[in-house]
Design a protein around this ligand. Structure first.
Ligand code: DLL
Length: 430
């Protein structure tokens, strides 16, 4: 069995986990009904009370909470404790308008640290590791979240936060970082920068990478692993649930284990809200089971995934969610086909000659929709470029079933954003 931070919870028998979830859910419903006027009103509106949950399946009768509702309550309406009990504030990383504001009590912070320690241990980080955290430290949850986890397990932390690629690399080299924590797009950029500057990856001491906070593909994982000579894991979370710490990959990388003793997952049909069965793909809905500052009931994450209750070869029994395919609102429709950006990424970045940045551009001419996928490359030879462009667009046609033209552009010509990368530009409605 792999080493685990909380084996008691990570390997709990299904019956015992269900009992724990039921008890925590019942307590959580009482708590939010008493403490958050929004929930009291909403349950009464639905003719329901906190006592209406007798078994886990009853949860589907309760109303959802949406991002819009949280935004309407900006900043503090969803807080269940007085401000003096709030130890920390973070926000979601939304770039437009108001962000979602989340608070933590001291106990929430302690739980968060424990969950992050689980994640880090599952990725293979131990107290002997030197962990470079290249997520932004600030209102974004990424930097501090992983920091708490690394601290709990006693690793050495380099709080690199946001700095230029050159400085990230020299810091890794100078301090002999063994684990890198960042956005996957950032890691890919580091890998390409090493190549461009002729720096041997063996000049780094990295062996593990923990990535997350944005959708990415298996092809990207492969490129990162090969170019940086590391094992890369996917980690998922959202500010509304406290940040990273919701789910994580173990060494088998076959789905992300959900910390379901703290978050109760459901997958629903994004259109109808109906709960789907195991294996069916839909929108992830999460209910917090232990939160004090912001308990949330059936929160619509907007993220597309499916659940798998089979125990994992690593020994964990925690349910696994499939790698997030994208957000309900990231999906675009081209010639009637629903497409998520990472399906395109999977194909175009499967070639080691291209990357790290790409951009899917959609436009309309004389009533017809077109799509161009721009991808960076170091290739210079016109013929090589043409051949590769054709090969990639042919593969898109074969795999996704729609026509997209692939345009290889000079390395560095697609602007890389500081935070999460924007990969779709839909100009069809303009
Ligand atoms: O991104 C929390 C986080 C930080 C997770 C560091 C992992 C690592 P937000 O800024 O609130 O929180 O953004 C949450 O990002 O609803 C997903 O759409 C997306 N997302 C997060 N992790 C993944 C992932 C943080 N591993 C939103 N794969 C979520 C795909 C992800 N999408």
């Amino acid at each position: 069995m792999e080493s685990m931070w909380s084996p008691r919870y990570e390997t709990m028998e299904r019956d015992e986990m269900r009992q724990l979830q039921l008890e925590r859910l019942q307590a959580s419903l009482q708590y939010l009904f008493r403490r958050v006027p929004f929930y009291k009103d909403r349950l009464i509106e639905h003719n329901m009370g906190p006592g209406d949950l007798n078994e886990l399946e009853d949860l589907r009768l309760f109303p959802f909470t949406t991002k819009e509702m949280l935004l309407e309550g900006f900043p503090y309406s969803f807080f269940a404790v007085p401000m003096r009990a709030i130890a920390r504030i973070h926000t979601s990383s939304g770039t437009t308008g108001k962000p979602i504001v989340v608070g933590y009590t001291k106990r929430d912070l302690k739980n968060w640290g424990d969950l992050m320690a689980r994640i880090m241990v599952a990725s293979g980080v131990g107290e002997q590791d030197v962990v470079q955290i290249s997520f932004n430290y600030g209102l974004f949850t990424g930097g501090f979240g992983f920091h708490h986890g690394a601290e709990q397990i006693g690793a050495t932390i380099i709080p690199a936060s946001a700095m230029s690629l050159t400085r990230q690399i020299s810091t890794m080299q100078n301090f002999r970082a063994t684990a890198l924590v960042s956005l996957p797009s950032h890691a890919l950029r580091i890998a390409h920068h090493l190549e461009e500057t002729g720096t041997d990856s063996r000049s780094l001491s990295l062996r593990i990478g923990l990535f997350g906070a944005e959708p990415w593909s298996e092809s990207t994982r492969q490129q990162i692993e090969e170019k940086l000579l590391i094992k890369a894991t996917d980690n998922y979370g959202l500010a509304e649930m406290g940040g990273p710490g919701v789910s994580f990959e173990c060494h088998h990388c076959c789905g992300l284990h959900i910390n379901e003793d703290h978050f109760y997952p459901e997958v629903v049909d994004p259109e109808t809200g109906e709960v789907l069965t195991e294996g069916e793909e839909g929108e992830l809905v999460l209910t917090t089971l232990t939160k004090e500052a912001i308990p949330l009931l059936r929160y619509r994450t907007g993220d597309i995934t499916s659940l798998n209750y089979e125990p994992c070869p690593c020994g964990r029994t925690l349910v696994r969610m499939a790698r997030v395919k994208g957000r309900v609102d990231d999906m675009f429709i081209l010639h009637g086909v629903n497409i998520f950006p990472n399906q395109v990424e999977e194909i175009v970045l499967s070639d080691p000659q291209v990357g790290p940045n790409y951009l899917i551009e959609l436009y309309r001419e004389r009533g017809r929709d077109f799509c161009t996928v721009k991808v960076e490359t170091h290739l210079q030879e016109k013929e090589e470029i043409n051949r590769l462009q054709e090969k990639l667009s042919h593969r898109i046609q074969e795999t996704i079933g729609v026509e997209m033209s692939v345009l290889l552009v000079e390395s560095g010509s697609i602007s890389a954003s500081k935070g999460k990368q924007k990969v779709v530009e839909d100009r069809r409605s303009i």
